[in-house]
Design a protein around this ligand. Sequence first.
Ligand code: DC
Length: 218
Amino acid sequence: MPTNPAIAIDGPAGAGKSTLAKLLAEKLGFVYINTGAMYRAVALLWKEKGGDPAEIAKGLRFQIEGDRILVEGRDVTDVLYTPEISELSSRISANPEVRRALVALQRSFRERYPVVMEGRDIGTVVLPDAEVKFFITASPLERARRRKAQFNDPRPLQEIKEEIERRDRRDSSREASPLRRAPDALVVDTTDMGVRETLELLLEFVRKKLKNYNLIKK
Ligand code: DC
């Protein structure tokens, strides 16, 4: 029986999950876990070393320190978010053995800390018993705009939008744990919403759901 409360945040690429998950974790004093970064880390090591991605996933040494992501002790934050690693991570995430290894790692965080965990299958597969579940979404065009601004992506907006739609299709149609909304998740469409407004909405829902926990109020 898990004792640490967990907040699961799922949704397609670029919907604002990371920003919201980080802010929620800060507000509540929970540990923020970015599971997409784990798939990206496996993709990066696989690109560098080759071999079996499942073996890489099983041995992954992954840490989040503030805004930085460390893999095998190396700060890889700046190389995880290139279009090449986005594409590779989406491909290797369809491998059931890679998923099995990373899901075990993800669950081990929840055993140790109260977490805000974001990804594609957190509310459905990784932490189906999470106390709070959100499904965050936004239109593909708005997601492309945000991605362009966030990463100073020089490519035309249309090209970024097409990449996002291609990843959406792959992430939603794969057999192993496709991107799906958990039936008990609150769906939030952030297309026309600012960060502050969305955060308030999420916090209100969290406070209701976790009223029996002594939440740190900031
Ligand atoms: O969230 P992100 O864009 O950084 O994720 C990178 C890729 O990893 C994405 O294409 C889908 C995959 N992913 C997944 O399959 N399951 C998760 N829990 C998180 C990410």
